[in-house]
Write a protein that binds this ligand. Structure first.
Ligand code: FES
Ligand SMILES: [Fe+2]
Length: 393
């Protein structure tokens, strides 16, 4: 994200505020409510998105040094991620070559070898089978070439990507869709992991994804929380392949509009929240305090349930200020939870209930809900369905 790009976005936000406008999708879109309830569609989505596709797992700081690991089952496929002895990011299927148990329970840490909790077969961080417990009794398996099964993975400008099943290498352009320069600018590898929380909700996973894409609802749904920080119904929107970027204006921008006519001097970071959608299921948000990554998955094979895994990565430059203000990581996570779980996801659960009742067959996305229109159509195309038309009204 070049300085000229940041100025262009700040200009667009300032003009929107001055003119009472916002990013415009060019028309409305009608979305069938059965997209949130159909079990067959969910099965297609699970196969297309959560079985075979490279997924953004988190930021590089999850594995800060050689020998660190991160065992994660969120995709539904147990995955063991490591930073190996050469500092390289690698991912393995977290399955023991003996009888198939999990080699490493979920969590993060630092080790030079992994010992399976069932019969103590031991693997190196490079995936090699180092030792078979009571080898002389078990039988010699050295000729079988057993090692942890490596999965396609890539570390892209501070982000970690894994294809949860064996297949082609991870393709950078497919993953980033042109957001390379943005990642280089933010340099996410520099943001240490601060905390993770899980939010389960009674809503289709796509309702979770679209919760973060529009700010039209801000003053109505969040008058006492998020609306105090940001302008409602003001955002920019751009597509990057299957991904998008939308930028919201912090209220501090009003002060700048009054005091500093030269917009090239405006501090982008302090005046905006930049929200990215990384297809198919991740929202990455950059604000003054750091980076929030939200990974959203279907839960229990149900079209009506989803799990959001929220990880907060703190900006090291504001870490001290954060501490000075007496704020704790737990409080920050709790505040986030109060907005998302108690406000956004309550609405989403109501939508889910109404989708299941079937009295209404479709919802309408406005011209000011461009990011939602994009998500719905990108995800439809991803399972081979026709995109929904944008209707000029
Ligand atoms: S299943 Fe891992 S050692 Fe037996
Ligand atoms: Fe919201």
């Amino acid at each position: 994200m070049e300085p000229s790009e940041r100025i262009r976005i700040l200009n667009a936000l300032a003009e929107h505020i001055a003119n009472g406008t916002t990013a415009d999708a060019g028309g409305i879109m009608r979305v069938p409510m059965s997209d949130f309830t159909c079990p067959q569609l969910l099965a297609q989505e699970q196969q297309a998105f959560f079985g075979n596709m490279p997924l953004l797992m988190g930021l590089s700081s999850q594995l800060p040094e050689r020998g660190t690991y991160w065992s994660d089952n969120a995709t539904g496929m147990p995955i063991l991620m490591v930073r190996d002895g050469e500092g390289r990011f690698r991912a393995y299927a977290n399955v023991c070559r003996h009888r198939g148990s999990l080699v490493v329970p979920e969590g993060r840490g630092c080790r030079d070898r992994f010992t399976c909790p069932f019969h103590a077969w031991t693997y190196g961080i490079d995936g090699r089978l180092l030792a078979v417990n009571k080898n002389d009794h078990f039988g010699d398996v050295s000729s079988l070439g057993l090692r942890l099964i490596e999965l396609p993975s890539a570390e892209l400008y501070g982000t970690l990507w894994v294809r949860p099943t064996r297949g082609d290498p991870v393709n950078e352009e497919e993953c980033l869709g042109g957001l390379r320069d943005d990642l280089i600018h933010w340099n996410p590898a520099d943001y240490p992991h601060a905390g993770t929380q899980v939010i389960d909700a009674r809503m289709n996973w796509k309702l979770g994804v679209v919760s973060y894409g529009e700010i039209y609802h801000l003053k109505v749904l969040h008058p006492n929380t998020a609306a105090k920080e940001a302008h409602g119904n003001v955002q920019t929107f751009e597509r990057f392949g299957n991904n998008y970027r939308t930028v919201f204006a912090n209220r501090k921008i009003d002060l700048m509009r009054m005091l500093m006519p030269n917009r090239s001097l405006w501090p982008y970071r302090q005046l905006t929240s930049t929200v990215y959608f990384f297809y198919p299921n991740v929202i990455l948000m950059v604000d003054t305090f750091g980076v929030d990554v939200l990974r959203i998955f279907p839960l229990e094979d149900s079209p009506s349930k989803s799990r959001t895994i929220h990880t907060w990565y703190i900006d090291p430059k504001v870490k001290q200020r954060f501490v000075d203000q007496g704020l704790s990581v737990d409080e920050k996570l709790q505040r986030f939870r109060e907005v998302v779980e108690d406000e956004d996801y309550v609405m989403a659960a109501d939508i889910q209930t109404n989708a299941e009742c079937g009295n209404q067959s479709e919802i309408v996305l406005g011209r000011n809900e461009a990011a939602l229109q994009h998500c719905h159509n990108a995800l439809r195309l991803g399972v081979g369905r026709d995109p929904l038309p944008v209707e000029n009204v």
